[in-house]
Design a protein around this ligand. Structure first.
Ligand code: SF4
Length: 314
């Protein structure tokens, strides 16, 4: 019997694994990471350092610093029809995966091979807060296919890092996975640790929290990009990571041109009765015009939960 921990590079899934390992010290524990190839460099650092801490493994010879990574972006002009990420970035990740597999085989690092923009392009569909083809293809379906081949439905447990504030997500997930024959657990639900949150435990372990949290992001997925995120999230990104925001806006523009429709991630809600697409370019203009206007995070407005949400199929 194996307890698989679905880890995202976020602090929540790290703490969930830690809590579960303490509760089941004599079981075999393994870690599953579905890589979108679009994570923040420091997310990869945290993923490796965090799991190494949990299994008491010295990974100092392979642990990268965020500054070691090449740029994830493709610089200069390019055609989205042939876009395949920055080759230097992808080669760095491939080498890192190989190096980590050598020293930490408990981590299964899954790679579908595309990033979210490639999925949107190939499907001619930009995801949104309700429909997330990126996480469906690159994470949920890919992980499910791996489990079907490699895990034992009758014996193994899949643990997810859902915290108390996201309990609704667990109930949807558990129902769906139980119907498929899998046993899922959310080790943080109903625990003291879940209420306290991961940052205290990370500090105690001497592990620096991923830098996106330090920039006021609520999640650590996709380098802070997310098609499910809302106005508050992109406002934070605009000020905390202007170069990344500009890259998101350019990719959104390119994809809309490629699809031939004005598709956007955000929706204009200036008029409550009429929903209109709101591009990141337009949203940036509004923020610059009215910098005093601060959007508040709403529950779920930061997107994500993308490993566990099952919304409408794209
Ligand atoms: S974080 Fe957002 S953009 Fe990235 S895979 Fe999940 S839903 Fe898609």
């Amino acid at each position: 019997m194996t307890r698989y921990h679905s880890v995202s590079g976020g602090a929540g899934s790290w703490l969930a694994a830690k809590v579960d390992m303490a509760a089941h010290p004599n079981e075999e524990h393994r870690f599953l990471f579905a890589d979108t190839l679009y994570e923040d460099a420091d997310c990869y650092r945290f993923l490796i350092e965090g799991i190494a801490h949990l299994i008491d493994r010295d990974v100092s010879n392979v642990l990268p610093r965020a500054s070691d990574f090449p740029d994830y972006r493709v610089l200069g002009e390019f055609d989205i029809a042939t876009y395949a990420g920055n080759p230097e970035w992808r080669a760095f990740l491939a080498q890192l995966r190989a190096d980590v597999a050598e020293v930490m085989p408990e981590l299964t690092w899954l790679v579908e091979g595309r990033d979210p923009w490639e999925v949107f392009r190939d499907r001619k569909f930009l995801g949104n807060s309700r429909i997330d083809p990126c996480s469906k293809v690159l994470k949920r379906d890919f992980l499910a296919a791996w489990l079907d081949v490699n895990a034992d439905k009758a014996a193994d447990i899949i643990c997810v890092g859902i915290g108390p504030d996201e309990a609704h997500r667990y109930h949807v997930l558990a129902q769906r996975q139980m119907a498929a024959g899998w046993q899922y657990e959310a080790p943080l639900l109903g625990t003291f640790e879940g209420d306290i949150g991961a940052f205290v435990y990370l500090a105690k372990a001497g592990i620096e929290r991923p830098r996106l949290y330090r920039k006021n992001y609520i999640h650590n997925n996709c380098g802070g990009f997310c098609i499910k995120a809302g106005h508050a999230h992109y406002q934070n990104r605009f000020y905390a990571d202007p170069e990344r925001y500009a890259y998101d806006a350019m990719m959104e523009r390119k994809l809309a041109e490629y699809i031939g429709k004005p598709v956007t991630m955000l929706t204009d809600r200036a008029n409550d009765n009429v929903k209109k697409p709101l591009s990141l370019d337009e949203f940036a203009e509004r923020m610059l015009a009215k910098p005093q206007f601060i959007f508040e995070y709403e529950p779920g407005s930061s997107g994500c939960g993308c490993m566990v949400d099952y919304e409408e199929a794209a």
